[in-house]
Design a protein around this ligand. Sequence first.
Ligand code: SF4
Length: 314
Amino acid sequence: MFEEIQVKKALNKIKETSRLTLPFQWDLNIYRGCEHGCNYCYAIYSHSYLEKDESSSSEKEKYSGFFRKIYVKTNIAEALEKQLAARSWRKEVINIGGVCDSYQPAEAKYGLMRKVLALMIEYKNPITISTKSDIILRDYDLLKELSELTYVNIAVTVTTMDEKLSSLLEPLASSPKKRFSVLQAFKDTAATTGLHMMPVLPFLTDSHENLEQILSRAAECEVDYALPSLLYLRGETRKHFFNFLSCNFPELLDPYRKLYATGGVDRAYKAELYMTLGILMEKYHHSADYLKPAKTKLSRPKQLRLTDFTEDYF
Ligand code: SF4
């Protein structure tokens, strides 16, 4: 179900502390709520449906609002143009879809990204996009054009190569194969690309075989960086994910309770997984330095304003 809304601002400044480690300063989200329905979604907490649906009879109903009722910011382009045209605007990097995927199925109907990208081209504004959908290929022409004018980074998230598992974990996102077709396509543009292998889910997607398949396919797509990270289970995400486990993988409930006694995963597990990932990253010549493409491509460092990058993965 879609609900069309009007916004005064398209861009939101990200927190000062996050700006030190992220290659962007602003967030732009066209949609609130996300149809992809990922059962590990961290954005669930950010949604006002939680308040609205408190009266729902079950946990499942309560969270389904985030995945099924989508607020659509139909005047996003007008609001964006006001901000980009302001004299004070410094052409800083904008992260598109950082909270809710901008290429979720609603975008096929609304086509708002094409208006947003047309403005980015007009104002030559650097952007980064992360998605789990091949709907982004519809905008290949605009993204190619923008990448020839300024910094464009396209990151695709892949958690598993197993299509069946993916359709359980991320029901309405594109299949892993289609997601890799996005990375493959943008290889031939001036855009940089990244693989987000996040989150890695213990006992579900952490097999050596799965991790190696993803990283080797990413190497074929010549991604500029590959960024793995482990599942965190806090707050609403924790409740929702445990509910998902009890419906689909009840045998994993106890192992997960042990591994996630707190929000973060058990330290010994984490150390072992990162060791495996380190070996595979080296084997496939991947860098986890997701800031390097932006530093290399942006003509004015002010657009990025970062402190030195410190690698905390490997
Ligand atoms: S694509 Fe991202 S925002 Fe959308 S449901 Fe999945 S994790 Fe949540």
